[in-house]
Design a protein around this ligand. Sequence first.
Ligand code: TEU
Length: 554
Amino acid sequence: MEWWKSATIYQVYPRSFADSDGDGIGDLRGIIDRVDYFATLGIDAVWLSPIYASPQDDNGYDISDYLAIEPTFGTLDDFDELVAVFHAAGIRIVMDLVVNHTSDEHAWFRESRSSLDNPKRDWYVWRPARPGTTAGEPGAEPNNWPSHFFGPSWALDELTGEYYLHLFSRKQPDLNWENHQVREEVYSMMRWWLDRGVDGFRMDVVNFLSKPEGYPDGVLAPGALFGDGFAHYASGPRIHEYLREMHDEVFASREGAFVTVGEMPAATIEQARLYTDPARRELDMIFQFEHVELDHPDGKFDYIPLDLVALKASLARWQVGLADVGWNSLYWNNHDQPRAVSRFGDAEEHRVQSAKCLATVLHLMRGTPYIYQGEELGMTNAGFTAIEQYRDIETLNYWRGAEQTSELLAAFAVASRDNARTPMHWTPGENAGFTTGEPWIGVPSNHVEINAQTELADPHSVLHHYRRLIALRHSEPVIVEGDFELLYPDDPRLFAYRRTLGDTVLVVVSNWSRDEVPLPAELRHPGVEPLIANDSTAGATTLGAWEARAYLLG
Ligand code: TEU
């Protein structure tokens, strides 16, 4: 069986992980120095968010040189050492691959923008103003797609009078994947990293690579400024062809056991089955977004209370939908999402208990679980109250274009990506032990309580609960391979499911509320010691607040 089916993958956001040289920004040496921490947790692989040379407009998701390490993070020698040290500890290294776009400071884009007939002109997406308009005037953009970071997705380049496409910031021009030289260059770059020893790639917005010919307008909802671009570029016309080609060009002829995971906003189960069907040789798994979008149907910063019934239904659909073909990734958190314990759990009254509950429910499902740095400590949202505390381009762009109210600041405190990007808490000491300098972004004061040093010493910590879950995935085949069945789908507080492999049954029960809730009779297992549980605060017939237990039967 593929190694990643029983693996847990840990995401490191290098800027915020560990700073070894006191400049206030995390670096590769900081990661190398923590290898024992990963070994203690027992994780199988580390996914590094981008460490390539970058102007850091989007914290490294804007790459100016794919074959160089960002100097703030270190050198290629540091990188080689990191790979060697982690491999020696039995931990694989997964690189972030950002090839929907580059930085506008990448040499390719500098050439491309330099003239209409530059050989690299076609490497990016250039279009004249919309017919009948004058370049530069409002509405002259070649189509009506919005940028993910707000405003139009086209920027006018004065030099040639044409617009270039940028689905993200204007410093992130989209590559033109129709151009075969672009594709070959990307594949060759991927081979170069595999030759250096990396074990796979997490592919940024990889379902956005193929855009339709003609770049048609998206449908305009009543009153909307921009059209629906997603409908055109998410899983566009040639995407499966590109991924298959990438597989053939990069992985097919190579010895080794690599992992590929495609980040895919808006992907459906039907699409995921195509992307991850091993017979199609595209990707091993994808990051889907359905379960992290249920709580803000009306916009990025407009959160509503969690609907547990809807969350369960969504996750269960994906469990069942990818049971016979393909494979799931499992996550609550990453560098773009608010902290899970603040969002889905109860960070105020039951932080430790609810963090363990969320972990138990996710890690005992079928798929490959991902842990985002600090999640294993039960780290919370940042608690920022002033705009000056934010660094994220998405948050700051939105602020610039919006009415700047205290309500909006409160919304950022719930939803901003910076909630996930505050420094990792290592110690109760100054700056949480992240840096001896001035951290690039603020450190929440609750690091005094929530930190790796304290939690390593406490067998009841969130950290040790994660460590046990990671170990269970290695030792219990039912967690890896068992069928999944959701129980009590309509119960608004109980999240329960059953996994079955042959005669082995794993029953997971959990209470997503502050109330003590009755446990249905069929879910009680008197006399059976739970395989794993958080603190039991109730009797055999009930579950206490945020209590979670898993029973191995048969
Ligand atoms: O994110 C993809 C993406 O769709 C984002 O718009 C995401 O949904 C949003 O940040 C949620 O608020 C990836 C990376 O993970 C993100 O950090 C990058 O900013 C983005 O691509 C561009 O590379």
